[in-house]
Structures are given as structure tokens and as C-alpha cells.
Design a protein around this ligand. Structure first.
Ligand code: AKB
Length: 316
């Protein structure tokens, strides 16, 4: 990647990916595109920014030409829980931004990273040690759009040579921008509430195992995959990647090591619970390990230390 356009730069991943990419590729080589949510000050002041609706293909083409973009990171997405409130809107946004990005990269013969998700799996997928290649019949509109996006990525690669790559991210835990509308968001909220109120009411029930990853690993996975030797890639869209798998009691116990009075209780959200129940307990990520050397650095314990440390300063 040389000149990169990040779509959805104000979101949970974008707000940290843009500064990370600017450190690696140079401040002027990474354009942050946002629609309505404002960018962080760090991003605004750190390099080029464009107010751009990814659904507007004409403007997207103009921005790509203006900045001589060769790679798009398309982070625009309506997440799993929110998508269920308005499935058609979620489908149109998730697919519209993708197709526009693929089309413009076809034109300039560029590359595109589109995150897929554990949400691409469904209740008939093996939940334990979920294979890279397996049954994918998700029951959310988010999941359906992610499976479709994986297939579109492969299609544009095979038909037009667009260098489309992606990973299936698990729940991502971070401390700069809150996620919004996801099923795994509890694993972020719990740290904020632990610092603020020393208690958290969880919307998923005890025993709900899900794959998770700390943001620094998620950022590294994106860059390492995009820089991987294409000759070694058997899969492209998309690789299972994970760093840890836990259920709510386990994250609470880990927080209690640092905040002994921390308490968790439960008020189950039936929609989010049924989504979580349809997703893997833990994925097999051997394809990512073998094809591009993927290896996570953070586990539940090291992530918890860092999250509590950062948030106790931020929320002071
Ligand atoms: C969600 O919960 O919808 C997302 C995801 C796992 O893709 N965080």
C-alpha cells in the first residue's frame, strides 16, 4: 500500500487505524474519510481528510483520483444488533460502500481491505474451533452482508485482478472510540463501567463464549495481511483471526484482580443473546498463521491491564 483511503475513519477501528497507518506510511499518504460523525482531533490535525459519503460513487472516484489512492480500507458498516432494527438500510449501506470501493479499485487497479466478521457465521456453523472453510448461513442482515462481501471480494480478484483481502474480525476491544450497535460491545462497555461505577449489567448471559481481540492486534492484522506476499495467499476473503475467547464471567474475574469490588449482574437482551449464540465460541485461525504468519500479542490478562490503565487516566 502507498496512498491509502480509509472509509469510515471516525468509527471504532478507523479512529485508531488512521494514526497507525500514518505512522507507517507517512502522514500525507493516508486520507481519512468521514460522513457525519466528526473525526478525532488527532486525525483532523494529522493529515488529509475528506468529507465523503461512500455511497456517493462519483465523489469517491474524485477523492481517489485527487489523492492518487491505490488502496482502500473500507470500514463502513452497520453492525449486527443495529442492523436488525432496519435490515434494508443496513444492507444498502454495507453493500453500497463495498461495491463503490471495489469498482473504483477496479478502475485504478488497486487493493482493498474489507473486514469481515465472526458475524459471517451462523447457527449451523461448527461453534468450536470453527474452520476457515465451513458452513456460512448467518441469520443477521449484518452476517448476510459480510458473507456477500467476502464473495464479492473474491469475485473482483478473480474477474478483474483487484487485490481484495480481508479478515473475519472477532469482537474488538478498544479505548479511543466506543463501538456502536454491535453484539460484542459489552466487552468494551464493561471496562468503562468498571472504572466509572465499579459495576456492570451485562446483556449477554454467563457462559456466552465469543472470540475477541484487542485493538493493537486488530490494526496489525490489517497491515500484515495487506502487506503479505500474494503468492502465499490461498484464501483472500476472509481469514479467521482471533486473540482470545471468553464469556462475561471471565472478563469480570479478570477486572476483579485489579478492582476487587467490581460486580457484574445480568439483564439479557434477547436479540443480542440469540445473535451471540449463533456465532463461534472460538475460531480456528491456522490459515492466517500459515499463509501470512498471523500471531496475536494480547490475551485477556494483558489486555485488561492496558484497558484499565488507559481508561483510568482518560475517565479521571
Ligand atoms: C458486532 O458485534 O456486530 C461486531 C462484530 C463482531 O462484527 N463487533
Amino acid at each position: 500500500m502507498k496512498n491509502i483511503l480509509v472509509l469510515g475513519a471516525a468509527g471504532q477501528i478507523g479512529s485508531e487505524l488512521v494514526p497507525y497507518l500514518r505512522k507507517i506510511y507517512g502522514a500525507n499518504s493516508v486520507v481519512a474519510a468521514y460522513r457525519s460523525t466528526p473525526l478525532t482531533l488527532e486525525i483532523q490535525e494529522g493529515g488529509p481528510c475528506e468529507n465523503l459519503d461512500a455511497m456517493d460513487s462519483k465523489k469517491l472516484f474524485e477523492v481517489v483520483k485527487k489523492h492518487k489512492i491505490d488502496s482502500i480500507i473500507n470500514l463502513v458498516a452497520v453492525l449486527s444488533a443495529k442492523g436488525e432494527n432496519n435490515p434494508l438500510m443496513a444492507w444498502n449501506i454495507n453493500m453500497g460502500s463495498l461495491i463503490n470501493s471495489l469498482e473504483v479499485m477496479r478502475e485504478v487497479k488497486g487493493a482493498i481491505f474489507t473486514p469481515s466478521s465472526i458475524g459471517a457465521f451462523g447457527p449451523s456453523t461448527p461453534l468450536d474451533n470453527t474452520p476457515q472453510d465451513t458452513i456460512m448461513r448467518p441469520t443477521t442482515i449484518y452476517g448476510i452482508s459480510k458473507v456477500a462481501a467476502e464473495l464479492w471480494g473474491d469475485y473482483y480478484y478473480l474477474k478483474y485482478g483487484v487485490d481484495a483481502r480481508g479478515v473475519r474480525y472477532p469482537g474488538i476491544i478498544s479505548n479511543v472510540t466506543l463501538p456502536g450497535g454491535g453484539t460484542t460491545d459489552y466487552a468494551v462497555e464493561i471496562y468503562y463501567e468498571a472504572i466509572k461505577n465499579k459495576r456492570y449489567t451485562c446483556y449477554l448471559k454467563p457462559g456466552t463464549y465469543l472470540d475477541m481481540m484487542y485493538m493493537p492486534d486488530a490494526l496489525r492484522a490489517c497491515v500484515e495481511l495487506m502487506e503479505a506476499d500474494p503468492n502465499k495467499l490461498v484464501h483472500r476473503n476472509s481469514f479467521n483471526v482471533t486473540a482470545m475467547s471468553f464469556e462475561p464471567e471471565m472478563i469480570a474475574a479478570e477486572i476483579r484482580k485489579h478492582i476487587p469490588e467490581f460486580e457484574i449482574d445480568y439483564k439479557i437482551d434477547p436479540v443480542k443473546q440469540s445473535i451471540a449464540d449463533s456465532w463461534p465460541n472460538y475460531m480456528d485461525q491456522s490459515a492466517a498463521q500459515q499463509e501470512w504468519g498471523w500471531k496475536p500479542e494480547y490475551d485477556l490478562s494483558t489486555m485488561t491491564v492496558d484497558m484499565l490503565n488507559v481508561l483510568s487516566k482518560k475517565l479521571k
